[in-house]
Design a protein around this ligand. Structure first.
Ligand code: NAP
Length: 330
């Protein structure tokens, strides 16, 4: 059967998505971004990838987060993205905010890792080829490199913007002191850091980085808001087949201690009382901080995405609920 050509929902910007300004920039990000770390590589089903992409875009998600080594295998999430651009998304390129990163191991030898100019420049060129793009909207240094002079990494980000290969730059997982240096260095060269990307969720908080970004006029983009699925009802009664923990992909069963399970159950009870799933409540908690610009979700199915999109209808937390959450998490 020939599949009809994708035509996005005409009301995609009227379905309740919020758009938040990234720091003191002109750029608005959808409150939910879609992440390609897992579930979009060469081992994933392309039809499922396409359905998730279309569901995201149909519901007002405009921000798509990638990195050179997302897959598995490395590079293949960007290849899937390139295929998605070809089959249905190229006409909507200007409605999309596409990000990629380099900083972790990507290819063998001394030039395929960390923060040198040699690595970052080559990696972005490769990413653009895989994604079938002329430029990305935002390029991140994926991690702080203690061995490379910060000036070298940061000047490379500046030059990438000057070359027109990225419109904005950002940093991810940089410690506070290095991040302060980065904000200042970039600002002095008129290529302000658009946002900081870090992990922030109910179990792993990143308040310092969030406040530091805000103080320097940068936005904050949060990753792993569900702690890779722990903050959902998925693991309440064991490890389901096919789940990230079952597949042992960056989430191993030793994380699921009896103490943690007790907390997750208590959070799940509270979510039920609020009339929502734990996933939705965990996302609402991250987004309740107005300094968070966007939160990157990483779904493995359209059903999960539909559930997560419901966060846009979540009620604000009452004082009593916040106290109960703090009590559970302490
Ligand atoms: N800058 C960095 O260093 C960095 C690091 C990590 C991630 N990131 C970015 O952040 C994105 C998100 O990270 P993440 O995938 O760890 O996010 P996450 O939202 O914490 O975890 C996603 C996983 O949670 C499960 N899940 C999602 N929604 C669910 C729902 N409604 N009900 C039940 N289970 C649900 C799924 O697990 P199953 O697969 O088991 O179904 C899904 O794969 C990545 O794709 C990437 O773009 C950046």
């Amino acid at each position: 059967m020939i599949e009809p050509i994708y035509s996005p929902a005409a009301d995609r910007y009227d379905r309740g998505m919020q758009y938040r300004r990234s720091g003191k920039s002109g750029l608005l990000m959808s409150a939910l971004s879609l992440g390609f770390w897992h579930n979009f590589g060469s081992i994933s089903n392309f039809q499922n990838c396409k359905e998730m992409m279309h569901c995201a875009f149909d519901n007002g998600i405009t921000c798509f987060d990638l990195a050179n080594n997302y897959g598995p295998l490395y590079g293949t999430a960007e290849e899937t993205f390139g295929r998605l651009m070809d089959v249905s998304m190229h006409s909507y390129r200007d409605e999309m905010f596409i990000t990629t990163k380099a900083g972790y191991d990507m290819w063998p030898g001394p030039y395929g890792n960390w923060g040198s100019r040699k690595y970052l420049m080559a990696s972005l060129d490769q990413s653009l080829k895989r994604m079938h793009l002329e430029y990305v909207d935002l390029f991140y240094s994926h991690r702080y490199d203690p061995e490379t002079p910060l000036e070298e990494t940061l000047q490379t980000l500046v030059d990438i913007v000057r070359q027109g290969k990225a419109l904005y730059v950002g940093i991810s997982r940089w410690p506070d002191e290095a991040a302060k240096f980065a904000y200042q260095y970039l600002k002095e060269r008129d290529v302000s850091c658009l946002c900081y990307q870090g992990k922030h969720n109910m179990l792993v908080r990143d308040d310092n980085a969030i406040n530091l970004a805000a103080e320097h006029g940068a936005g904050y983009v949060g990753f792993s808001p569900l702690e890779q699925g722990l903050l959902t009802n998925k693991y309440l009664n064991g490890i389901p087949d096919g789940s990230r923990m079952f597949r042992k992909e960056h989430l191993t069963s030793d994380r699921l201690t009896p103490e943690l399970l007790q907390k997750i159950k208590a959070l799940n009870n509270l979510a039920e009382q609020r009339g929502e799933t734990l996933a939705r409540m965990a996302l609402a908690w991250v987004l309740s901080n107005p300094k968070v610009t966007s939160v990157i979700i990483g779904t493995s199915s359209v059903a999960q995405m539909q559930d997560n999109l419901q966060v846009l209808k979540s009620a604000p937390f009452s004082e009593d609920e916040l106290l109960r959450i703090n009590e559970i998490l302490k």
